[in-house]
Design a protein around this ligand. Structure first.
Ligand SMILES: C[S@@+](CC[C@H](N)C(=O)[O-])C[C@H]1O[C@@H](n2cnc3c(N)ncnc32)[C@H](O)[C@@H]1O
Length: 289
């Protein structure tokens, strides 16, 4: 893919993302946005959600009275955003080349969307577009997974996943420190519509899957998911892979400075300045006056 193409990869994930990660991530993203951004904005401020996905964060911002616009490359993700945040403005565009007609008080980009920029050059292009889209003194905030964190945690094991009555999914992130590149593989199983022969009766199976939703049984759920084919031979399996790039915190900071951002701060999702290998990095910066 050249940098002039629009990133559409998430079309294949949209259905699943809309009912699993979209709503779940929006809650922690809003907690973080309240701490690091919303207190500094005027009422009814204009916010651009870059890589807005299924629009769950936009929906929460609209509810709080902000004027929100979303940009994403994936038509299928935007179709859900349109339903979830119907009063937000929505545009399909690539984060590396978008142009807006109006300027914003803030630009946000949540859930490590910018790790999909596969080179520092691409990341800088995004920063330039964001800079152009902001009013003077406007704020830009985004979270990103950084190299030390990816090296420590992206180990080719199931880290997220659920089993529902008619579908199951899990996510496995991997990372190659030498290339500073990785990917997450998303696996989806869909139950057949017709009655099936399973190892357990459907009733018993539903009970087991419901019990496995308990937080303290997460490890067992992940174990079962990584062997799910064994238990549910007739569920249709599909695998999707999404490449990502790892950046160091100084790399990102320098790229922001080079673009003309100032007051650059980095913190954890809870607002602590101690960003180490256990935390993703939440950047906040400002377009200089
Ligand atoms: C992990 S999802 C995050 C969605 C949303 N921000 C959230 O918090 O749930 C990443 C999103 O970034 C979008 N994306 C990735 N690269 C993009 C690009 N170059 N241009 C536009 N959208 C992009 C994908 O289509 C996807 O919707």
């Amino acid at each position: 893919m050249t940098t002039t193409d629009t990133y559409t990869e998430y079309d294949t994930w949209a259905w699943l993302y809309n009912q699993t990660m979209g709503p779940e991530y929006a809650q922690s993203q809003m907690r973080s946005l309240r701490k690091i951004l919303l207190n500094h904005l005027p009422e009814k401020a204009k916010i651009l959600d870059l890589c807005c996905g299924t629009g769950h964060v936009m929906a929460a911002l609209v509810k709080e009275g902000y004027h929100v616009t979303g940009i994403d490359g994936s038509e299928a993700m935007l179709a859900y955003a349109d339903k979830n945040a119907s009063s937000a403005g929505i545009t399909q565009a690539d984060a590396r080349s978008f142009i807006v007609e109006t300027q914003f008080d803030a630009v946000i980009s949540t859930s490590a969307s910018l790790n999909h920029m596969m080179s520092l050059e691409d990341l800088k292009q995004v920063f330039q577009c964001v800079h152009n889209a902001l009013k003077e003194n406007g704020i830009f905030t985004f979270d990103i997974n950084h190299r030390d964190q990816m090296e420590k945690w992206w180990r080719g094991k199931v880290v997220e996943g659920e089993i529902e009555s008619n579908f199951a999914w899990f996510l496995v992130p991997t990372y190659d420190g030498d290339r500073a590149e990785g990917n997450f593989q998303v696996t989806l199983f869909k139950a057949p519509k017709a009655r099936q022969n399973s190892l357990f009766s459907p009733f018993l199976r539903r009970i087991i899957y419901a019990i496995l939703k308990l937080r303290r049984l997460t490890r067992f759920r992940f174990k079962l998911l990584s062997n799910f084919r064994r238990w549910e031979k007739q569920w249709e399996r599909s695998d999707m892979t999404y490449p990502v790039k790892g950046y160091t915190l100084p790399e990102v900071t320098t790229a922001l400075q080079d673009t003309g951002f100032t007051n650059i701060q980095v913190c954890t999702v809870d607002g602590s300045p101690k960003v180490d290998s256990n935390h993703s990095a939440h950047f906040v910066c400002q377009k200089a006056f």
